[in-house]
Write a protein that binds this ligand. Structure first.
Ligand SMILES: [Zn+2]
Length: 111
């Protein structure tokens, strides 16, 4: 049995936090680009965008050749209507550096 086929899909609530309010901190969601996963399901991409999520696309590679799975994640993001400016992988080095610095600062303020 292929363990990736057997693993249940990730279950998340994109409509609210446990207390029913939207998070004040933007969330990050991952699109798993492995062909047996492909979650977050593209049908939920608009909800993730509406919720304020930044998305990353990861190949879930367990070997060098599996890095090629990235294109499946990009295809799913396109199918789900995710614009490039909401994908962490699509940022330039200065953009991701600025983004992570801002996140670090806002986390430090919240602590
Ligand atoms: Zn994995």
């Amino acid at each position: 049995m292929d363990i990736k086929k057997a693993r249940p899909r990730t279950r998340i609530n994109l409509t609210s936090n446990t207390d029913g309010r939207q998070s004040s901190r933007p969330l990050r969601c991952s699109i798993n680009a492995h062909p047996w996963r492909l979650d977050l399901d593209w049908r939920w991409h608009q909800a993730a965008l509406d919720f304020g999520c930044m998305l990353s696309i990861n190949p879930d590679a367990h070997s060098i050749p599996e890095l090629d799975h990235m294109h499946w994640g990009v295809e799913m993001a396109r199918k789900g209507g995710i614009p490039a400016d909401r994908v962490l992988n699509a940022m330039t080095l200065p953009e991701i550096t600025r983004y992570l610095r801002q996140k670090r600062r806002s986390l430090a303020r919240a602590a």
